[in-house]
Write a protein that binds this ligand. Sequence first.
Ligand SMILES: *[C@@H]1O[C@H](CO)[C@@H](O)[C@H](O)[C@H]1NC(C)=O
Ligand SMILES: *[C@@H]1O[C@H](CO)[C@@H](O)[C@H](O)[C@H]1NC(C)=O
Length: 206
Amino acid sequence: MISSVRPARLLLLGLSLASVGSSSSACRVQIPPHDQVARVARFIAHQCNWASMATISTHKPVVGQPFSNVFSVSDGPHGTSSGVPYMYLTRMEVSVQDLQVDPQASLSMSLAQTDYCRLQGFDPQSPLCARIILSGSVLQVNGTEADFAKKALFSRHPEMIDWPTDHNWFFAKFNITQVWVLDYFGGVKTVTPDEYFQAPPHRKHH
Ligand SMILES: *[C@@H]1O[C@H](CO)[C@@H](O)[C@H](O)[C@H]1NC(C)=O
Ligand SMILES: *[C@@H]1O[C@H](CO)[C@@H](O)[C@H](O)[C@H]1NC(C)=O
């Protein structure tokens, strides 16, 4: 039923899509065309400040079951997208305890987290309200990568600077093994990590 959208409606969507991006954020960026799937994925990963992450629970009474929780993420300061979702974690946290047993996880981000879907009138479950699901695992980062993670996270989540030091926070990245993209009708599309990291998230300036 969702895929039987009428041409008139599509035209309307196409016209209104062109106007997105100027009103909601400081960056004058627009979602890439829906058929440039890897670029759309990079766009979403950069726009979203948080993600839902599912781990395999180690906690009773749901041991072995999926456990989805919210995390602040950043793939870089605004305008500097790396494509790598970085996180600031503590081993005191329930999902991080799962990751210590099994680092595999799934991370999802949706433009429903931005003004985009609301302004367009797209329900979060509509394929037009673009979203990505990342498969992979969570790895601690050190050295220069941790320096970048810190810049990426603290610039977009300034409150992190004051999080209690006795929690032993560390920087981590979501190491992507597969990217799933829902940005249009016709079902989920997949993007390899190579395609994802090579895609320019923003329109090239001439
Ligand atoms: C980062 O350092 C931690 C603690 O020393 C270590 O366990 C981890 O393997 C290191 N990660 C990388 C990617 O080098
Ligand atoms: C990280 O992801 C790459 C694919 O992008 C994969 O080849 C590699 O095995 C992953 N590393 C770990 C430690 O999971």
